[in-house]
Design a protein around this ligand. Structure first.
Ligand code: SF4
Ligand code: SF4
Length: 300
C-alpha cells in the first residue's frame, strides 16, 4: 500500500488534490481511498488530506501517521507545531515542498533526513491559473510523479473528471492540464517501495482518554444559573422514569436540552421537575422505553 499525506490551508484545494490523486491511482488500476481532515474549517486554517493506493482492498482507515509521500503545499506550515507536517516522516519518506527555496537549502534549514523535492508551485499556478493559491492540480501532479506509477494520460483524465465534477470546464480545465504537464516534466519520477501493511494489534490502536461523562454535561443548577426560578411549571406532560427498567445508560441525561437531569448516587438519572419543561426528548431517546409520559396535574 502507498500512503500519501497532503498538508495545506483551507481554500488551497488540498482536499481536491487528494481526490485527483486517488482518481488517477484508480484509473491506473489501483484501489483508492481519499479523504480530508478539517479542524474548525475556515480559509487559511491548516488542513490535511490523505490518499491510499493499493493493489488489494484497502481495509486500513483513519489518518495516515507514517506517509510514504508527504506533499506540503504551504511552506509556512512547517514550523507550525499544530500542523506538524513532518510528523511520522522517516528517512524513506519522499517529501515535496512548495517553496521558492531549492531542495538543498530546505534540507539544511529544516534538518531533513533526505533531500526533498522542491518546486515553486505558486509561480506556476500564477502563470497558468492566474491564482497562486489554488494548488489542487499542482499538488496532485507532484504526487503522481513522485509515486512513479501514474502516467500522464491517467493524471490528465483524473484532473478532467474531478474538475468537471466541481463544475469547471473548457478553458479552466485546459489551463489545469497545462499546469499539470509542466509539473510532471519538472519532477523526476521515483520508484517507491511498497510498505507492508502493519498487522493490527491492540498495541497499534490509539488509546483515547475520556473524562467522566457527567463532567461534560450542563446542569441547570450549576453555578450562575437561577436555582430559585422554576422554569418547568407549565408542562403539559411529565416524564417519569421507571427505575426497574432503567439501565443507567445516561442517554436521557445527555439529551435533555434543559440540563434538567442529574445523576443520583445509584448512577441513575434524576429529573429536576422544577426545571423540566416537558419536551419529552428523554422519553423519545430512552432505548429501554423506561420513561413514561404522564399528564401533568397541578397539585398544591
Ligand atoms: S422532558 Fe425534556 S426537559 Fe424534561 S427531563 Fe426530559 S428532556 Fe429534560
Ligand atoms: S435513557 Fe432510559 S435507560 Fe438510559 S438512563 Fe435514561 S431512563 Fe435510564
Amino acid at each position: 500500500m502507498f500512503r500519501i499525506r497532503f498538508h495545506g490551508r483551507g481554500g488551497q484545494g488540498i482536499k481536491t488534490a487528494s481526490q485527483i490523486l486517488g482518481t488517477a491511482g484508480f484509473l491506473s488500476g489501483y484501489q483508492a481511498q481519499d479523504f480530508p481532515l478539517y479542524g474548525a474549517e475556515r480559509r487559511g486554517a491548516p488542513i490535511v488530506a490523505f490518499t491510499r493506493l493499493a493493489n488489494e482492498s484497502i481495509l486500513e482507515r483513519g489518518a495516515i501517521s507514517r506517509p510514504d509521500v508527504l506533499l506540503i503545499g504551504d511552506e509556512t506550515l512547517i514550523e507550525d507545531p499544530i500542523a506538524a507536517p513532518f510528523a511520522g516522516a522517516e528517512a524513506t519518506t519522499r517529501i515535496f515542498i512548495n517553496s521558492t527555496h531549492d531542495a538543498k537549502a530546505l534540507k539544511e534549514h529544516f534538518h531533513l533526513l533526505s533531500l526533498p523535492v522542491a518546486v515553486d508551485l505558486m509561480e506556476l499556478c500564477l502563470r497558468h491559473l492566474k491564482k497562486g493559491n489554488i494548488l489542487s492540480t499542482a499538488l496532485a501532479a507532484a504526487g503522481a510523479r513522485m509515486l512513479g506509477f501514474i502516467d500522464r494520460p491517467k493524471l490528465q483524465e483524473a484532473i478532467e473528471i474531478e474538475l468537471e465534477q466541481q463544475g469547471f470546464e473548457g478553458e479552466v480545465v485546459q489551463k489545469n492540464l497545462e499546469l499539470a504537464d509542466e509539473i510532471f516534466d519538472a519532477i523526476s519520477p521515483s520508484s517507491l517501495m511498497e510498505r507492508e501493511e502493519e498487522p493490527l494489534s491492540p498495541a497499534n490502536l490509539a488509546k483515547v482518554e475520556q473524562e467522566e461523562g457527567a463532567s461534560g454535561m450542563p446542569l441547570i443548577l450549576h453555578p450562575a444559573n437561577m436555582a430559585l426560578r422554576k422554569t418547568g411549571n407549565w408542562r403539559v406532560n411529565r416524564p417519569e422514569i421507571d427505575y426497574e427498567h432503567c439501565n443507567a445508560c445516561w442517554i436521557c441525561f445527555a439529551r435533555c436540552p434543559d440540563g434538567a437531569m442529574g445523576i443520583g448516587p445509584d448512577g441513575k438519572p434524576r429529573i429536576d421537575y422544577d426545571h423540566c419543561k416537558g419536551c419529552l426528548i428523554c422519553a423519545e431517546e430512552c432505548p429501554s422505553h423506561a420513561i413514561k409520559v404522564v399528564r401533568e396535574v397541578t397539585s398544591w
